[in-house]
Design a protein around this ligand. Sequence first.
Ligand code: CP
Ligand code: NVA
Length: 303
Amino acid sequence: MKRDFLSLRDFSRDELSQVLEQAQAFKQGRLKSSLEGKAVVMVFEKASTRTRISFEVGIDRLGGHPIVLTPGTSQMGRGEPLKDTARILSRYAEMIVMRTYAHATIEEIAQWADVPVINALTDLLHPCQVLSDCFTLSEIFGELTDKKIAWIGDGNNMANSWINAAALFGFELSLACPAGYEPDKAILNAAFIDGAKVTVVRDPAEAVAGAIAVNTDVWASMGQEEESGIRAQAFQGYQVDARLMGQAAPEAVFMHCLPAHRGEEVSEEVLESAQSVVWDQAENRLYVQEAIMDFLIGHHHER
Ligand code: CP
Ligand code: NVA
């Protein structure tokens, strides 16, 4: 049976750990994988810099053939049903990578596709980014199980994926979100049922206390541009600045999936500080996605 990676929850903890180990081997050049003769179609309903380029370069490095499709330049934009598109793409390509607005869109594609589908971000989740961020943190701090991680700001797709990661990897996660901007209730409940150490609080200082990583993201995600003004009001007091970083653990790092809005969710000072690991986060997308693709359709061997 084909496997998909729509959510971190699609993989077991052991499988995710295996992917992270292989990502390290890819980064160190110890492992080689082959996607030779395999085509990967990437469909982007939304803008992307990092995700698109890291997937495209990763597929190319593994010897596969990347093809990028946008709704506006394909029949998808003219209303061809998702279930038809999924079956057609499966006849040409060995894998589909997709960035969508509604999470239901990628679920429908995955349901009808005969090949693995990878979530390159939806309104609900961003699993490739958060798995890669766990990789970045484990490079710095080793095993994450007993560590505390903080999330400041919007309970968005990144926050939801961090909750899934906390449920799977067992670390403590504290999210500080303004009223009305909490993470997805179903994802939170599933995490609580699994005994995840997740708390949602209002006060950013409470969330960062003792945290080894302080995460944030834009206040208005893609598709929410019209809410920018109202959101800017709601998120007053939620900027990650030097004062807030000073309340985290002394060794804490600052994380952001990027793109960042300096002066809104993060100060220029923090983003450019020595504590900021944002460039490493972006680089690591490449190795972690190589490992995910290898897990789903590749054939790896030691170099
Ligand atoms: N972090 C991230 O997914 O960036 P892009 O939107 O540039 O792909
Ligand atoms: N939450 C952001 C992440 C961008 C990578 C968005 O969805 O726009």
